[in-house]
Design a protein around this ligand. Structure first.
Ligand code: PLP
Length: 226
């Protein structure tokens, strides 16, 4: 199979697995949005997914997304681009210009910088609060104990368009407890969006209530960081 054909076949298989997982959980297939994670993959490998109708994509680096996406967005109207990697405050301007959803809002300084930049540009990307559900010291995300206060500040103090929550569970644990923690925080804060689940655990995430699953490898293949 050519690379293009493989990407489209993988995309179809993932879409159908998402529909199955939703149906098993008694949910509508349309209640789960696939975020196709195209990081490290060049534009020519992303085009076949766009041609097949996929419109929601995730990138983890602002610089890479800036090099890749303006041309693709011009060719394919209706693309929704999600930032799923850590955001440094000195990249906030470019991030607000380019991304429709910023999934990694995780600290007051960043929220404040985003608020200032949104006001300057007159743009208001939807924001997800990243929660460090496993309280891992090396991982980004707000501590679960600080989540309620931070969500409230993002809404009322910084006027961000907070749509929901995102987490990346520790890779060596059953992710379910982490997904459930996120569900609890979302529920008590009235947040509808839950971005959780990757190639290895998205069925479990959908069973727990994910509205967005972020899937790279299962669609585009292994990443080459060489
Ligand atoms: C890379 C990445 C993904 C996709 O991971 P796969 O295992 O390739 O599906 C999802 N979420 C985040 C935050 C990522 O950085």
């Amino acid at each position: 199979m050519s690379q293009d054909t493989q990407v489209v076949a993988n995309l179809r298989a993932v879409q159908s697995a998402i529909a199955d997982a939703a149906s098993t959980a008694g949910r509508q297939a349309g209640s789960v949005t696939l975020v196709a994670v195209s990081k490290t993959h060049p534009a020519e490998h992303v085009r076949p997914a766009l041609l097949a109708g996929q419109r929601v994509f995730g990138e983890n680096r602002v610089q890479e997304a800036r090099a890749k996406w303006p041309a693709l967005k011009a060719d394919f109207p209706g693309v929704e681009l999600h930032l799923i990697g850590p955001l440094q405050t000195n990249k906030v301007r470019e991030a607000v210009e380019l991304f429709d959803v910023i999934e990694t809002v995780d600290r007051p300084r960043l929220a404040q910088a985003l608020a200032a930049e949104c006001a300057r540009q007159g743009r208001r990307p939807r924001c997800l609060i990243q929660v460090n559900s496993g309280r891992e010291p090396q991982k980004a995300g707000i501590d679960p104990d600080e989540a309620d206060a931070f969500i409230d500040a993002c809404r009322t103090r910084w006027n961000l368009a907070v749509a929901g929550l995102m987490c990346i569970p520790p890779f060596d644990q059953d992710p379910r407890a982490h997904f459930e923690l996120l569900v609890d925080i979302a529920r008590r804060n009235g947040l509808p969006t839950l971005s959780m689940g990757m190639s290895g655990d998205y069925a479990a995430a959908i069973a727990c209530g994910a509205t967005h699953v972020r899937i790279g490898t299962a669609i585009f293949g292994e990443r080459d960081y060489g």
